[in-house]
Design a protein around this ligand. Sequence first.
Ligand code: M6R
Length: 615
Amino acid sequence: MCGIVGYTGYRDVIDVLFKGLTNLEYRGYDSAGIAIRDDNKIKIYKSLGKLINLKNEVKEKQTEIVKPTSGIGHIRWATHGSPSLVNAHPHTCTCGNLVVVHNGIIENYKELREQLIKLGCEFRSQTDTETIAHLVAHEYSKVNDLEIAVRNSVKQLQGAYAVCVMHKEVPDVIVGARKHAPMLVGVGEGENFIASDTPAIIEYTKKTIYLDDNEIAVVTKDNVKITDVNGVIVNKKVEILPWEPVALSKLGYKHFMLKEIHEQPDVIRNVLNGKLYDIDAPISLNEVKISADILKKLNKIEIIACGTSLHASLVGKYLIEDFAGISVEVEPSSEYIYRKTTTDSSTLVIGVSQSGETADTITAIKQAKEKNAHVLIITNRPDSNMARLADSLIPVNAGIEVSVAATKSYTAQLISFYLLAIYLAEIKNSLDKSYVKNLKHELIQLPTKIEEILSNTSNIQECARKFSSFKNFIYIARGINLATAYEGALKLKEISYINATGYPAGELKHGPIAMLDETMPVLSILMPGGVCYEKVLSNSEEAKARNAKLIALTSSDDDNIKSLFDVVLKVPQVNEILSPAIACVPLQLLAYYIAEFLGKDVDQPRNLAKSVTVE
Ligand code: M6R
């Protein structure tokens, strides 16, 4: 979604803004802009589409730029008003002296806009953001102090904002404020940064101050001052970022998505590290801050998440119910927040999110906390807002994920759920000890099995080539791999724009079978070990009888499979209950290669954002 970076200091300001915005690009955007303080003037450059267009725009105007000393930049993902030059940020007040960039949505912008028009403000865009520019300028005209003007303005805003403001009359001062949208200050020497997310500043500093809701930062090159909305100084902790800049490099891979798929074996090793080190020792989850006594009596868990994290949660439900016998409900955050739930102080609520910034999940977590539930967050971003709300936090340690399509974070979430489910089972003594030992042994083997898949992808590439011209797919599975079908279909949909649906195989004949013919391939996930295998096999026969082309994803060497299916994608043998952790890999690759063959923008698919920070 939108991204913000601000800088004041001794470096090349435009370069810092561009690098920062480039490192936020993965979040998804449709236009970009910067405002710089140069030669005692505020100069604004904007463009539609990718950052390269903005870079070219600035290059063309190079002769008018002297030596900028500070600036703010923004990439916009349109919410209010179409993606257009006039709607791109930064926005200004009527006279152009004050500039603003903003992430989030101002809910009362229409009322404010009407009031400001009556006061003589001239609006040029359809955005909610422009209202902030006029509002702060109006408040500034009353007090002649930018910090106070921002403070007085944000008190009037309803909704979500991370906002950065500069004023021509206040040289090299950037004022930032936030509510329900992330914002941080990067602390340097003789320079300081402000940004909506850490990748924007990681090349320059690891020292970070995270703003909390209703806090205001006044940033100059030599000073950072944080106050609350009433102007009272807040003493904030300077935290050290856990990332290295190399996390933002493709390391020779054509796309971040491919790099991230290949990182999965190491990601699994990271997740297991320190938690499962000896198959004879119990899983160690010090992060779970609930006593064993309470966990033993726990009879309800609710998991809330969106998208890929929701699919990982479905596997989590299966595992916790199967291993620990605790009833688990899984719900999309966007549904949970708009109904009367039964969450109470005896419920364990688990929020799952790669980014830790998904607005719906944050709202859901806040609602659960209001009901006094214990909130456990499983996230890849221990530095996120969601992590800050957690009573217990399981960091999934996948490393920064740049590609919009989640891959390694999904696998890391799955492994976290395996650990959590076994941890609960060990506390409740609900599983046979030798079964647990075996599971742990197989968990440790998973990275090597995934390496086997990654070492030879020619079959998957061949399948992608063969099927890339189809417009519709159905992915079917049963049991624990139903989530794999949902996730595989989502991957294909989001990066190739092909219509793919994950379906419980047993439901095929209750409707979707009507669509089957030679134009609708069916991808069946058949992992031997339980009753599901034979059942999915028969459901695949039913699809074949309707002339559908069939793809099998399986670890089986069964001759029936070879004769029934048009293409067989093989994975190494694995216990059925662990199979989602390896079955997802060929499906990620299949989606990747299809999108590649179709020439799609794999890492930044259209209309999508890496973290969805609006509800
Ligand atoms: O950061 P989160 O895990 O909370 O994000 C949830 C979804 O927006 C995300 O998983 C989305 O579905 C991905 N693009 C999937 O690849």
